[in-house]
Design a protein around this ligand. Structure first.
Ligand code: FES
Length: 165
C-alpha cells in the first residue's frame, strides 16, 4: 500500500501523463475523452475518488469540474466514498440465487462481519451485492477486485476470503 507521499507522486505522474496526451490532441472534444481513464487511475490509486483530487485534476488539466462529476456519477464503477482495498462483488441475481447465492452471502457477511455496502474499519474489504456479473454459468459467483470465483460453496468462500486476509 502506498503512503501519502507516494500517492502524491503518483498523482503528479498521472497529471503529467495526461497533460502530455492532451497536447497531442488538436480537438477539444478529444481532450475530454481522457476523463474516464483518469478517473480509473485515480480510483485505482485511492480506492475511491476524493473530491480534492478531482478539483486538482480539473484545474491542472483545464477540464470543467462539472464534466468530471458528470462522468464519475454516470458510471457505477466510480465511487465517492472510501472503499476497502479489496472490493468483493457478490452476485445475488437469479442464476446465483437458485444455486445457493443467499447462503454464500450470509457466509461472507459472517466471516467479514459486514453487511451489503459496508467497508471494514481497517479498509481491507468492501462487500457489495450485484444483480449479475455476466458469468451465470459459474453460479454462484463473486468477484474480488478483478478476479472471478465461481461455483462457490460455503467452504470455498471461506477459503478464498482467508487468502485475502
Ligand atoms: S446471476 Fe449471478 S452471474 Fe448472472
Amino acid at each position: 500500500m502506498l503512503n501519502e507521499k507516494e500517492k502524491l507522486e503518483k498523482l503528479n505522474s498521472i497529471i503529467r501523463k495526461y497533460k502530455n496526451l492532451q497536447r497531442s490532441f488538436s480537438e477539444s472534444s478529444k481532450k475530454r475523452e481522457i476523463v474516464i481513464p483518469i478517473l480509473q487511475e485515480l480510483q485505482e490509486l485511492y480506492n475511491y475518488l476524493p473530491e480534492g483530487t478531482l478539483r486538482i485534476i480539473a484545474t491542472e488539466l483545464n477540464l470543467p469540474l462539472s464534466k468530471i462529476y458528470g462522468v464519475a456519477t454516470f458510471y457505477a464503477q466510480f465511487t465517492f466514498t472510501p472503499r476497502g482495498k479489496n472490493l468483493i462483488r457478490l452476485c445475488t441475481g437469479t442464476a446465483c440465487h437458485v444455486r445457493g447465492g443467499k447462503r454464500i452471502l450470509q457466509t461472507a457477511e459472517r466471516i467479514l462481519e459486514l453487511k451489503d455496502g459496508e467497508t471494514s474499519k481497517d479498509f481491507k474489504f468492501t462487500l457489495q451485492t450485484v444483480r449479475c456479473l455476466g458469468t451465470c454459468f459459474l453460479a454462484p459467483v463473486m468477484m474480488i477486485n478483478h478476479e472471478y470465483f465461481g461455483r462457490l460453496t460455503t467452504q470455498k468462500i471461506e477459503t478464498v476470503l482467508k487468502e485475502y486476509e
